[in-house]
Write a protein that binds this ligand. Sequence first.
Ligand SMILES: CC(C)(COP(=O)(O)OP(=O)(O)OC[C@H]1O[C@@H](n2cnc3c(N)ncnc32)[C@H](O)[C@@H]1OP(=O)(O)O)[C@@H](O)C(=O)NCCC(=O)NCCS
Length: 143
Amino acid sequence: MEIRKFRYEDIESVYKIAEESLKEEYTMDLFLHLWQINPDGFLVAEKKGNVVGFITSIKTGSNELRILLLAVDKKYRGTGIGSSLLKRLMMNFPEVRRLYLETRIDNKKAIKFYEMHGFKIKEKLEDFYTDGSEAYLMEKIIF
Ligand SMILES: CC(C)(COP(=O)(O)OP(=O)(O)OC[C@H]1O[C@@H](n2cnc3c(N)ncnc32)[C@H](O)[C@@H]1OP(=O)(O)O)[C@@H](O)C(=O)NCCC(=O)NCCS
């Protein structure tokens, strides 16, 4: 398995994984926009020539990174791919001291995953998703 930067030809695979894994709908244009504004913060995991997971993020301050989307193909979950994507993202931004993200409050697996990586729930955000459901704001401070 290789973690590398997103390339234009990955767009359909990333779109498909997002569609199957995430409740919100995201357009290909959105992914391309995210790639344009933060190319170092858009990574994919490739296994035997196939994209099997991705992570996207944006810089929201000189020392701050917001993780926007993280998803791994169902077949490959629980094998360390999500962890590798997150770790590589942090390596790409050594100056970052605060990482944060939002996740659905009923997404127990994701919450557990982020807690395992040192994130803590900071706040509940009402009416965060388009279906009106709530999110947890989770944060990791690097000293
Ligand atoms: C959340 C998500 C990205 C995690 O990715 P992942 O690749 O499954 O994560 P990892 O494999 O690195 O870690 C998950 C679990 O596998 C375990 N694991 C890690 N490496 C492993 C290995 N080599 N063999 C077996 N298990 C392993 C981890 O300890 C962890 O344990 P847990 O079952 O107690 O939680 C993935 O579940 C996903 O895509 N979910 C749907 C989309 C989503 O909810 N995204 C987050 C929204 S913000």
